[in-house]
Design a protein around this ligand. Structure first.
Ligand SMILES: [Zn+2]
Ligand SMILES: [Zn+2]
Length: 337
């Protein structure tokens, strides 16, 4: 087993944090370094391997083998729509069950790289069925998967009918390849703005609090959101009203949005250990968002949090800065009431 104390430290209460601080991608660093950017893009691990490759390959497989033809999807019909719903339910059940079973029931890596030592919450009246995992599964399967599918159905129908601007790989291989590759970064920008909106008092109280019940998240917490948050969360593919692409781009973007949060941000572990290999889940920034609520509205790869002063990279300095921001805000609130 890999020793997690080589990669981070555990405080007296057993909370683990990585030595490595979260940072933006080198593309935004000055002076611009070609070597650093190439290493980030092509290194192993890097931007492409393993995660973009993982989601991208599943999306291609889904498009080639498990998506009806565009001809079929020209009209809304119960047959192909329910086929996509069942296909997506199966994908979600496989991912959620595998991660939860291996990491939280079988505990294949014990508490190694686990941020919060506490187990998933039980006997807690904040959650449906008084059980965090059951509550999370309920929101994921009853709202998350149907709304993911609804956006996929709409997007594919829109491509089939020319409402989304569709291109063929044979005619535009470089443009389509680059736009496919950029999708996870586009998603980060889209998520940042949707998420900021969700933290306005009205939307937080109406819907986003459902996701934030998970102060100590697990894999099933990833897509555990109120239905209205799901509707906003999956709007990213509507960009194809103006940005030309191929239907596989929409399949990829929606798959990434649907299962990505199970593997990143909410998994509860900084790394997944498989034998002697450790795979970074890039989860610490979003874990801090669940812990402190008002920092890291996105994961920091695109420096939007940095730009708006809400970035917490995991350091003591960032912690102090955040606490100072909290104090200033509560002082302001007190003076206005
Ligand atoms: Zn979250
Ligand atoms: Zn939030």
């Amino acid at each position: 087993m890999i020793d997690d104390s080589q990669y981070g430290s555990r405080d007296k209460r057993g909370h683990w944090k990585p030595f490595k601080l979260s940072s933006n991608i080198p593309f935004f660093d000055w002076p611009f370094s070609i070597t650093k950017n190439l290493k980030w893009l092509l290194g192993i691990p890097g931007y492409i391997f393993p995660w973009t490759f993982f989601y991208g390959s599943i999306a291609v497989l889904l498009w080639v083998y498990f998506t009806p033809s565009l001809e079929t999807m020209k009209t809304f019909q119960l047959g192909w729509i329910s086929y996509l719903l069942i296909r997506n339910l199966i994908i979600m059940l496989i991912c959620g069950t595998a991660l939860h079973f291996l990491l939280y029931i079988k505990k294949t890596q014990g508490d190694a790289f686990k941020f919060n030592p506490s187990p998933m919450s039980k006997n807690n009246k904040n959650f449906f069925f008084r059980d965090q995992t059951k509550d999370n599964i309920f929101w994921t399967l009853c709202s998350g998967v149907p709304i993911w599918t609804a956006f996929e159905v709409f997007s594919l129908w829109a491509f089939a009918n020319g409402y989304f601007i569709g291109l063929e790989w044979i005619d535009h291989p470089i443009y389509l390849g680059l736009t496919f590759l950029i999708i996870p970064l586009f998603r980060e920008v889209h998520f940042y703005f949707v998420h900021r909106l969700l933290h306005t008092p009205l939307l937080y109280n109406f819907c986003h609090h459902v996701h934030h019940k998970n102060v100590n998240p697990g894999p099933w917490s990833g897509l555990s959101m109120h239905w209205f948050e799901h509707v906003l969360y999956f709007t990213g593919t509507l960009i194809h009203f103006i940005i030309p692409a191929h239907p596989v781009h929409a399949v990829f973007q929606l798959l990434h949005a649907a299962i990505g949060p199970l593997f990143h941000g909410h998994i509860g572990f900084d790394s997944i250990v498989i034998g002697k290999t450790k795979i970074d889940t890039h989860s610490h920034a979003h874990y801090l968002h669940h812990k402190y609520f008002e920092c890291n509205y996105a994961d920091g790869a695109i420096p939007l949090d940095k730009l708006f002063g809400t970035f917490h990279n995991g350091s003591e300095e960032a912690q102090e800065k955040m606490m100072a921001r909290y104090k200033l805000r509560s002082k302001k609130m007190r003076s206005t009431t």
